[in-house]
Design a protein around this ligand. Structure first.
Ligand code: C5P
Length: 244
């Protein structure tokens, strides 16, 4: 049965051998596999293409942030690899998002790609503490008053909601309720998920899969509870079961 909330498994591994072993154990389950910078820089593009050509759902989480043309071209390359999801930093600004839209639109019209990826926006990285955020922002933006983390997050969520290039945001368990109530139709992907009884590791604020799903998360990201489990398939099946 298809669920309202997708399960994304973060393959934070140094080599494809680990990733392939995990995918083999989870084969047949409805899962999106997240490839971040670490695995991507080891796997290369052809391994990613091989996965998407087999029909594996891939989230290429490379969090692009550069000048508009460069990011537009990078997102287009992710689309050519068949990635279903990719990520950009929303602080790259509206012009950068406009360029993504133009590049993807052109590629669809010219038949270079059949489908646009869902481009997710990163608002404020959850690793930022309030004081670090203010310090970083006061360095780059001296004009006017500086927004705190919550204000910045909501500012970026509104930008994501209103922009045609962006198909959702990555948001922490702290933010999901505020974002959902302000932008009920915005796709939300939520990391920091721990099934009951699992270690939090370095995640500050956590939610269970059931709580995230009940809060309306469109997708949850789970890494170590699955990747470090003695029986990853069992944990993944339990997570899928507890989501609506
Ligand atoms: O479940 P686990 O804590 O192992 O998941 C970590 C994954 O979630 C990593 O791939 C990390 O990049 C991602 N992530 C996160 N917090 C965010 C955004 C992404 O932990 N705010």
């Amino acid at each position: 049965m298809s669920k309202n909330t997708d399960l994304v498994v973060a393959m934070d591994y140094p080599t494809v051998a680990f990733a392939e072993a995990l995918m083999e154990q989870l084969s047949g389950l409805p899962i999106v596999y997240k490839i971040g910078l670490e695995l991507f820089l080891s796997s290369g593009t052809e391994w990613v293409r091989k996965q998407t050509e087999k029909g594996t759902r891939i989230f290429l989480d490379l969090k692009f942030h550069d000048i508009p043309n460069t990011v537009g071209q990078a997102v287009l390359q992710a689309a050519r690899l068949g990635a279903e999801f990719t990520t950009v930093h929303l602080c790259g600004g509206k012009t950068m998002l406009d360029e993504i839209d133009i590049k993807l639109q052109e590629a669809i019209l010219s038949g270079q790609i059949q489908k646009k990826p869902r481009v997710l926006g990163v608002t404020v990285l959850t690793s930022f503490k309030e004081e670090d955020w203010i310090a970083a922002m006061s360095h780059v933006a001296k004009v006017g008053s500086i927004r705190n983390v919550e204000e910045s997050t909501m500012h970026f969520a509104a930008l994501a909601n209103d922009h045609p290039a962006i198909g959702g945001v990555v948001c922490s368990p702290q933010e999901i309720n505020a974002i959902r109530s302000k932008h009920p139709k915005l796709y939300t992907m939520v990391p920091g998920i721990r099934p009951k009884g699992f270690k939090a590791h370095d995640q500050g604020r956590i939610m269970t899969p059931a709580e995230a799903s009940a809060s309306g998360a469109s997708a949850i990201v789970v890494g170590r509870p699955i990747t470090q489990a003695a029986e990853p398939r069992l944990v993944a099946e339990q997570i899928l079961q507890e989501m609506v």
